[in-house]
Design a protein around this ligand. Structure first.
Ligand SMILES: Nc1nc2c(c(=O)[nH]1)N[C@H]1C(S)=C(S)[C@@H](COP(=O)(O)OP(=O)(O)OC[C@H]3O[C@@H](n4cnc5c(=O)[nH]c(N)nc54)[C@H](O)[C@@H]3O)O[C@H]1N2
Ligand SMILES: Nc1nc2c(c(=O)[nH]1)N[C@H]1C(S)=C(S)[C@@H](COP(=O)(O)OP(=O)(O)OC[C@H]3O[C@@H](n4cnc5c(=O)[nH]c(N)nc54)[C@H](O)[C@@H]3O)O[C@H]1N2
Ligand code: SF4
Ligand SMILES: [Mo]
Length: 727
């Protein structure tokens, strides 16, 4: 019992961001009424942000998806049904598609919000048994550039650092991350470190003066897309100021001579201009970094969501290599993971070029290892990487892809160029959506709905930003016949006649997967299901059952490249794909707000969160507002080459002149036809294939105030409509 008479129901990792807070549900059996942070959990030390603290309000709600549903061809309405009927229907259509069009006409589009057990089984089923590498996830919109950046610079994916490094660093560089809103509990730790050690210096580089930037000692208002110029200018100044760690560079890196020559060829004035920062400010910043004892950097979507996202990552890692600030406490390039288990998805191989255990489809040894352990014939796994997230929707529209199975993501809000996404989904022969709620913008375009049991209603394993693998027990029963995601896939596989999917429980799936990581960079082989269930969390690498886990990687300064040396990579500044011009003169950037999670399927149910941010808006700089004759609250129409939306204006000097900011949380259910992604561009990076969600060209015009329903009313209307149609 807790102090106010509520029972402790159980614990889980928060299903929102990659901080990985452990929380505790309290209430009556089956009815959580309060959510608290768990004090002895290393990732959050008792802390939670408002989203995690209101999680209990998202379970017993009218739009939970409780039973499988199949769309009736005659009435076009969904009819609830049993699992066997729904899965048999999916199997029949998939078999027809596979027989008629081949294995690459099928795709699985998953999520960094699926647990590791599910990500692993999705890989085993789709890559191993069906034989298609069209098996990707929304991490492609999120972490793909960080994955590729770590791999090219250090030889392997996976952050070297841990949250404790915050307490050991004396210079923290936050670039392209709004931690105060997007990773709040970790940012609280940065604030606490600053309070305890006022000489800790915080540098923030962001084109918006975000709450994170406002907490900085040095704020660098980098031009949107100007990061490579900024980072190369800092590298050049470190070379000029002779602040290099020469013994480290000599013993543990390669490519320095070429990199140095590349830097000296650059014109510093040009770099400063492209970065949008004065030379004197950059000189001061370089001096800070050069004199740091512990230099720790945090980065997120401001670097990754770019057509040169991988290059931005490489340039940031170059700074750590120049100064030897990696592989020791208080230092290193620390990519903040977005979703609660995007790390686990990467470990389990849920990107279209990967296989479980940081293996790759284009590596014959890796394919053979998995074919053997999955008992598949040689050649079952294909060598070519499959379609990535955005490419799947292009292929659907072209008719090359016929069937898509979507799980734990809501692409009809989150993929760029939503008009295209709608056309793609409307053209598909089969759209299966596995979700915990209905309707969502994507379930509305599905043929079959499969009800998933989310966090709290299932056992699951996840990995947070600092490689901490956590076990979460089941706390309550799911409603109706909803099932854990891994069980849905295992049931389908058995029904489709695939061998090797008879798992007794989630622990059996985990044990099969963690054994496959033995000897790989993300070695979790020492984390047996039994051990995780008693110790609750361990950090990889953890290669044996008596190994305590590893807080930091590369302490021996041997990197994961064949020669053990980290690689300097010379990358020059490139402009974003779509630049402003006379028709579309402003730069649009998009992102997140503290109170909402992505496409609102859960946070729109929490009145306190909704009252903080009830509706979409666009932030405009006072100079642009004056030029366009706009007052605060005026309704504007935003247009890009792909679409047009409307939103009220918020005038703020938080954005730079020439740039506007839109949160991307509101989709068609909550702001009909006004989702940010109707405007965004689907341009992809060459290697990481991550879309440029932080930069496209738009125009802004004042329009008459629209009659708009507020979010809570809209949500009620949607749920009422659902009940009236008998869905
Ligand atoms: N409250 C909340 N928290 C979340 C989420 C959520 O939906 N809501 N989602 C989670 C997920 S999946 C993710 S990926 C993370 C994302 O976390 P963040 O990346 O921190 O969040 P964003 O708002 O997408 O973008 C971060 C910042 O990049 C800046 N930016 C834009 N363009 C550029 C540029 O060219 N250069 C630089 N340096 N910066 C630029 C933006 O101004 C913005 O402040 O958040 C996670 N946490
Ligand atoms: N313009 C713009 N677009 C963006 C971004 C941006 O910064 N700007 N950021 C991108 C990034 S980084 C990300 S990560 C994506 C996120 O975008 P999405 O992944 O599309 O967003 P979510 O709302 O988190 O979708 C998760 C879905 O899974 C469902 N769900 C919840 N729990 C479970 C479960 O246990 N099982 C199953 N099967 N389903 C469950 C939810 O109801 C919801 O429908 O958006 C991307 N899109
Ligand atoms: S900081 Fe992230 S993990 Fe922690 S409670 Fe908030 S959303 Fe959940
Ligand atoms: Mo993300």
């Amino acid at each position: 019992m807790t102090s106010n008479g509520l029972a402790v129901l159980g614990e889980s990792i928060c299903p929102y961001c990659g901080v990985g807070c452990r929380l505790r549900f309290e209430g009556r059996p089956g009815q959580p009424e309060r959510t608290r942070g768990v004090e002895d959990a290393p990732a959050n030390l008792g802390g939670l942000c408002a989203k995690g603290a209101l999680l209990h309000e998202t379970f017993r709600v009218p739009d939970r998806l409780t039973h499988p549903q199949v769309r009736h061809t005659r009435t076009d309405l969904f009819r609830p049904t049993d699992w066997d009927t729904a899965l048999r229907h999916v199997h029949e259509v998939l078999r027809y598609v596979l027989n008629t069009f081949g294995r690459d006409a099928v795709a699985f589009y998953g999520s960094g919000q699926l647990d590791t057990e599910t990500a692993y089984l999705a890989c085993k089923l789709f890559k191993g048994h069906i034989g298609t590498n069209n098996t990707d996830s929304n991490s492609r919109l999120c972490m793909a550039a960080a994955v590729a950046g770590y791999r090219t610079s250090l030889g392997s994916d996976g952050p070297p650092c841990c949250y404790d490094d915050i307490d050991e660093a004396d210079v923290i560089f936050i670039i392209g991350s709004n931690m105060a809103e997007a990773h709040p509990v970790t940012f609280d730790r940065v604030r606490a470190a600053k309070k305890a050690r006022p000489d800790l210096h915080i540098i923030v580089a962001d084109p918006r003066r975000t709450p994170t930037a406002r907490a900085a000692d040095t704020y660098l208002p980098v031009a949107p897309g100007g990061d490579i110029a900024l980072l190369n200018a800092l590298a050049r100044l470190l070379v000029e100021q002779q602040r290099l760690d020469a013994p480290f560079v000599e013993a543990h890196t390669s490519g320095f001579a070429e990199f140095r020559a590349f830097l000296l060829e650059q014109d510093l004035a040009d770099l400063c201009a492209a970065a949008g920062i004065s030379r004197s400010l950059l000189e001061q910043t370089a001096r800070r970094i050069g004199h740091a004892r512990g230099f720790l950097s945090f980065y997120c979507m401001g670097l990754n969501q770019s057509t040169v996202g991988m290059w931005k990552n490489n340039c940031l890692i170059n700074l750590h290599l120049l100064t030897g600030q990696i592989g020791k406490p208080g230092a290193g390039p620390f990519s903040l993971t977005g979703q609660p288990n995007a790390m686990g998805g990467r470990e389990a191989g849920l990107l279209s070029h990967q296989l479980p255990g940081y293996r790759f489809v284009d590596n014959a040894d890796h394919r053979r290892e998995l074919e053997q352990s999955w008992d598949r014939d040689p050649g079952s796994i294909t060598a070519a990487p499959g379609l990535t997230a955005v490419e799947m929707f292009r292929a659907l529209e072209k008719g090359k892809l016929k069937a898509i199975w979507i799980a734990g993501t809501n692409p009809m809000v989150s993929i760029p160029d939503l008009h295209q996404v709608r056309r793609a989904l409307q053209k598909a022969e089969l759209v299966v959506v596995q979700d915990a709620y209905h309707p969502t913008e994507t379930t509305q375009l599905a043929h079959v709905l499969l009800p998933a049991a989310p966090c709290g209603e299932k056992e699951w394993t996840s990995t947070n930003s600092e490689r901490l693998v956590s076990y979460s027990p089941k706390v309550m029963e799911p409603p109706g016949t909803a099932l854990p995601d891994w069980e849905i896939l295992a049931r389908f596989a058995r029904l489709a006649g695939c061998a090797g999917f008879d798992y007794a429980d989630a622990a059996a799936v985990w044990d099969e997967f963690r054994r496959l990581t033995a000897g790989r960079p993300c070695d979790m082989s020492g984390m047996t299901a039994a051990r995780l269930r008693s110790e609750r969390h361990l950090q990889w690498p953890c290669p044996s059952e008596d190994h305590p886990g590893s807080k930091r990687r590369y302490l021996d300064r041997r990197f994961a490249t064949p020669d053990g040396r980290a690689q300097f990579l010379a990358r020059d500044h490139r402009e974003p794909r779509e630049l402003p011009d006379h028709e579309f003169p402003l730069v649009l950037t998009t992102g997140r707000l503290y109170s909402h999670w992505h496409t609102l399927t859960r946070t729109a149910k929490c009145a306190k969160l909704v009252s903080r941010e009830p509706e979409p808006f666009v932030e405009v700089h006072p100079e642009d507002a004056a030029r366009l004759g706009l007052a605060d609250g005026d309704q504007v129409q935003l247009s890009s080459r792909r679409g047009t939306i409307q939103a009220p204006v918020r005038i703020t000097d938080g954005v730079s002149p020439g740039m506007v900011f839109l949160p991307f949380h509101w989709g068609d259910l909550y702001a009909p036809e006004n989702a940010a992604n109707y405007l965004t561009i689907s341009a992809l990076g060459r290697v990481a294939k991550q879309p440029e969600l932080k930069f496209c060209a738009v125009n802004l015009e004042k329009v008459a105030p629209a009659s708009r329903s507020t979010l809570p009313q809209r949500a009620v209307a949607v749920v009422k409509g659902l009940q009236e149609t008998g869905v």
